[in-house]
Design a protein around this ligand. Structure first.
Ligand code: PEP
Length: 252
């Protein structure tokens, strides 16, 4: 039985007081173990303060990015061990904004995956096609390539720790959600790719979440799909009421 994940990616939003207030409200609203794992990904500056609030709760903290090296002269970068130190259990790797705006390649993401897993972090590995790729019929080819590059030489034991996030680039921050059937088609393909290309025998247990303009209205029909195991939420995850509604709907 898969335990779904509902994760909020706050991107470059929220001051420390704002992040702490949100975390306190979340902890109060969801004090008991539920049918979904709740994850929030604050900016680096707020990780430690949010950890202080959530350390005795069931809500997990994720980073939004990391560097693959353990330490050294990498000005502005943060290592996996530093994230563990700050209280993170998860790290988002390969978000399309990192790929498109910061030039992160499949090879770089693969190094991040190895480093995260070595440090005991659970990667939320993002994959997804652009609108041009979808319209030219290349969606499956792109998804397969991203999975094979990102997960290159990752052992089955480590694949167990990975959650995949299908985030069609054309649906992120655009208000355009993939239809449940469009998303399910790709999620099914991702599960098959994990089983066949990565030769992972337990792909049926892998968590594959959907991201792209998810809101309380779209959540139910998305998570009702057999291969959609939760959501990675951007915009709607910044607003407490919307995020709490998404958690409740996904966990019903
Ligand atoms: C995201 O950036 O991961 C995301 C899914 O954003 P939004 O929900 O705003 O589309």
């Amino acid at each position: 039985m898969i335990q779904p994940i509902i994760a909020a990616n706050w991107k470059m939003h929220k001051t420390i007081p704002e992040a702490v207030a949100f975390a306190k409200q979340l902890k109060k609203e969801f004090p008991e173990p539920g049918r979904v794992d709740i994850v929030i990904a604050p900016p680096f500056t707020a990780l430690r303060s949010v950890m202080e609030v959530l350390k005795d709760s069931l809500i997990h903290i994720s980073a939004q990015n990391m560097h693959w090296e353990e330490k050294g002269a990498y000005t502005g970068e943060i290592s996996a061990a530093m994230l563990v130190d700050a209280g993170c259990k998860f790290v988002i790797i390969g978000h399309s904004e990192r790929r498109a705006l910061f030039g992160e390649t499949g090879g770089m993401l693969n190094k991040k995956m190895h480093a995260a897993l070595k440090s005991g972090l659970k990667p939320i590995f993002c994959i997804g096609e652009t609108l041009e790729e979808r319209e030219s019929g290349a969606t499956f080819e792109i998804i397969q390539k991203q999975i094979k590059e990102g997960l290159n030489n990752i052992t089955p034991n480590d694949i167990r720790q990975v959650a995949f996030a299908y985030e069609p680039v054309w649906a992120i921050g655009t208000g355009k959600t993939a239809t449940p059937l469009q998303a399910q088609e790709v999620h099914g393909f991702i599960r098959k790719t994990i089983a066949v290309d990565l030769e992972y025998a337990h792909a049926s247990d892998t968590v594959i979440i959907y991201g792209g303009s998810v809101n309380p209205e779209s959540t139910g029909s998305l998570v009702d799909q057999p291969d959609i195991n939760g959501a990675l939420v951007g915009g709607a995850g910044l607003d407490f009421d919307s995020f709490a509604d998404i958690i409740r709907i996904a966990g019903r």
